[in-house]
Design a protein around this ligand. Structure first.
Ligand SMILES: [Zn+2]
Length: 64
């Protein structure tokens, strides 16, 4: 999953530029920031993360 660093342009009190780091949705071509972790994919040894839009229905929290 691509990790993107966004520079906000704001200067922090210590003089550094503020940056936000977040993951992008794993859905091909989707530019949204990922908000859900689907879990680890053993074969890829990676985490699958998706945005709200691409969250598979099966992965939605179950109500008991
Ligand atoms: Zn997405």
């Amino acid at each position: 999953m691509p990790l993107v660093t966004i520079k906000t342009g704001f200067r922090l009190p210590d003089g550094k530029e503020e940056t936000l780091t977040q993951y992008l949705c794993d859905w091909p071509g989707c530019p949204n920031a990922a908000v859900h972790v689907l879990g680890s994919i053993r074969e890829l040894r990676a985490l699958a993360v998706v945005c709200e839009e691409h969250l598979p229905p099966r992965q939605r929290p179950k109500t008991r």
